[in-house]
Design a protein around this ligand. Sequence first.
Ligand SMILES: [Zn+2]
Length: 63
Amino acid sequence: MDTKKPKSIIGIINRLQKGEKIACMDCGEGYYTTPASDVSLSREFRCNKCKSVVMVSPNIIVE
Ligand SMILES: [Zn+2]
């Protein structure tokens, strides 16, 4: 089994889904936003500055 996924990403996604604003891990200036109307259901967030993407890895949701 692949257990090398960084858990910090999952923690960040969880916080984003609760509506928190999280600073971008790449540029450190922007923060992650999502086009989804319901933030709590979004699995993909994009930096509003450099467009870096964080998302829930599919193999965590579905096996
Ligand atoms: Zn960024």
